[in-house]
Design a protein around this ligand. Structure first.
Ligand SMILES: Nc1ncnc2c1ncn2[C@@H]1O[C@H](COP(=O)(O)OP(=O)(O)OP(=O)(O)O)[C@@H](O)[C@H]1O
Ligand SMILES: [Mg+2]
Length: 325
């Protein structure tokens, strides 16, 4: 049976996400079992290892965890492996259609390329705060079983703008080398600083560098830029993207879908949905989600498994008051 050293190695390799070491220790345990006459257990262990190694390699299976970005890149990108899918988002039909189209083109990208077509892969998401732009990048990564790399503008934008262009180059090298969803969140940080007290000429050059990298990149990665300041961005910039997806505050139907989904673990039969929809008008997806969470937690703290309509409307009103609207 497994020795203490082997158990230690199994736990360590699991913790470090080192699958190869994990399976090799498991096979050592199997070999030892076989030597001490436990043939059946040895076979079972080997079969288990084979089975899981195969699952690991199949498309749609868990993505193989990549090493964290290292060295200078570590200050420029963070990586996550989102599990969230598009169907857990409340989307209007047009947006849903556009996003599933991107997923379908990505899945069929080999076929499209064989016929000389490029799949959609450069997305610009534009809309007010809290409407699901960042969540969309996660959900696309989840759908495609790709890692999500988020570009850290704090690291990218240097006082010395010549350095910024060099760092952008490093980010785009990663885009080419490791397929993933690359999120330039709050993208206006890069595109919109011309009005600031910086050297205008230098900022222009950084933006042009970005556009050039974007244009030259023919990798299989998906690039998502998100902003809530469309007016700060350049026309030249819009042209460089394959798809522009507008985000807006939810209408009544979408608002109700968000609320029903967020309250689904509790009993919400007492909620009058038409008053709730009225109270939610003008609030963002994020604000409605937060209000539902407040009302649900209040119900749980009060020892009840059911959410009252009034509590929900109060939470929605408070959310509106909090932003002074
Ligand atoms: N379409 C949606 N469906 C369900 N929940 C949503 C949706 N959009 C937003 N949410 C909820 O609101 C939270 C915040 O949304 P998100 O961060 O994606 O907004 P954003 O558009 O990126 O905002 P910002 O412009 O401020 O960055 C999400 O984590 C999620 O809980
Ligand atoms: Mg965001």
């Amino acid at each position: 049976m497994a020795t203490a050293d082997q158990l230690r190695a199994l736990i360590e390799s699991h913790g470090e996400g080192d699958d190869d070491r994990f399976y090799s220790v498991a096979l050592q345990v199997a070999a030892q079992a076989a030597r001490s006459g436990h043939g059946r257990i040895a076979r079972e262990l080997r079969d288990l290892v084979d089975q899981h190694k195969v699952n690991r390699g199949t498309p749609g299976g868990r993505p193989v965890p990549l090493a964290q970005p290292r060295g200078e890149l570590a200050g420029l990108l963070t990586v996550t492996y989102p599990k969230v899918r598009l169907d857990s988002m409340a989307l209007d039909e047009a947006t849903r259609g556009r996003l599933y189209r991107v997923v379908r083109e990505q899945v069929a990208r080999g076929q499209l390329r064989e016929h000389g077509f490029a799949p959609q892969r450069r997305l610009l998401l534009v809309g007010p705060p809290g409407t699901g732009k960042t969540m969309t990048a996660s959900a696309l990564a989840g759908e495609l079983a790709l890692p999500l790399f988020t570009v850290l503008f704090d690291g990218l934008i240097s006082k010395f703008l010549g350095e910024t262009a060099a760092k952008l180059r490093m980010v785009f090298e990663a885009v080419t080398q490791v397929r993933g969803v690359y999120l330039f969140d709050e993208f206006d940080a890069l595109g919109g600083e011309r009005s600031a007290a910086n050297d205008v000429g230098e900022i222009r050059r950084v933006l042009n560098a970005f556009l050039q990298f974007l244009e030259q990149d023919h990798s299989d990665s998906v690039i998502v830029a998100a902003t809530n300041h469309p007016d700060l961005l350049d026309r030249a910039l819009f042209r460089r993207f394959d798809v522009l997806i507008p985000y807006a505050l939810p209408d009544g139907v979408v608002a109700e879908r968000i609320m029903r989904a967020r309250l689904s673990s509790l009993d919400a039969h007492a909620v009058d949905w038409s008053s709730a929809r009225r109270a939610a008008a003008g609030l963002s997806h994020a604000e409605i989600t937060r209000a539902c969470e407040d009302a649900a937690k209040q119900a749980i703290l009060d020892g009840s498994a059911s959410v009252s309509g009034e509590a929900l409307v109060t939470a929605l009103d408070q959310s509106r008051a909090a932003r002074g609207g």
